[in-house]
Design a protein around this ligand. Sequence first.
Ligand code: DAH
Length: 348
Amino acid sequence: MDLIERLDAIERDALASLGGTLDADALERWRLAVLGRRGSLAEAMKGVAVLAPSDRPRAGERANAAKQSLEAAYFSCLSSVKASARAHALEAERIDVTLPARARPTGSLHPVTMIRREVEQAFARLGFTSVEGPEVEWDHYNFTLLNIPPDHPARDTQDSFYVQGGTGEGGEMLLRTQTSPVQIRTMLAHKPPIRIIAPGRTYRNEATDASHEAMFTQVEGLCIDKNVTLADLRGTLTVVARALFGPHSEIRFRCGYFPFVEPGAEIDMTCHLCHGSGCRVCKRTGWIELGGAGMVHPRVLANVGIDPDEYSGWAFGCGLERFAMLRYGIEDIRLFYENDVRFLQQFA
Ligand code: DAH
């Protein structure tokens, strides 16, 4: 067979075997076998060089024509392979944009945070600013300036978490056992009139049970001005109790002792469940204990440079977990900080 016939045959067979190839791997194998450096066309072209000089031009032309037609066939097949691969991918990765979106689980505020915000809003309507103080405090602010003498049992390491090596100008360092030091910080920094509440975390080194946690939240209140009386405190607490627990709430004071107030009182609120007739929650008394309060001790005012002959004021302190327990019917304070989602989800 002469070279021209061989080239005709290579072209014909190659075009025939290419027909219908839509697979990238098969196409690549075809390219190597036909157009590759050791492919059938290259092999045949070697034959051109050994022809008699007079036969070479015709055979060369035929070889180039075969090469061009095979390359053109190859590129056209390549573009169909690519187009079909793309169509395939588009089909496989199809997204149904009409499907409903997957719901994302959302978190919710912690019950103590919700109560804290309600308390802050109720006091804000009465003109009280909410302020914060540090949770790591000097005993000077947590105790001494609040008229709690150095030998007072509350300072005992049984009750307070002291910070090791934390000694400085304010005495010893500890985790605050109450929010009352924020009263001191506020009065040192501002002149009366003062109307603040101070919510925040407090810490006590004590055994935990259904109503005691080593970490808990208090809200402190402080009002200092000329001619402030206990009646103002009772009116303020009544308005706030009604905002939180309903319009039937009443406040009463019982005698109580706290070193930083004189007179001091325990605050009671009528039971929001039985409205005073007696039930399980108020232990049949009709009253619920909310916290402590009183008229700021003249010595405390003097300690922070406020003249007790010119100014008077009241203060109170309540536990926020207790408010949340009453509001949501929670019977164990330890539930708040166990981070059990089954508990927390109920407030979403
Ligand atoms: N700090 C007190 C406590 O933790 C609560 C308290 C009582 C705060 C009377 C006051 C107050 O401001 O006047 O037990």
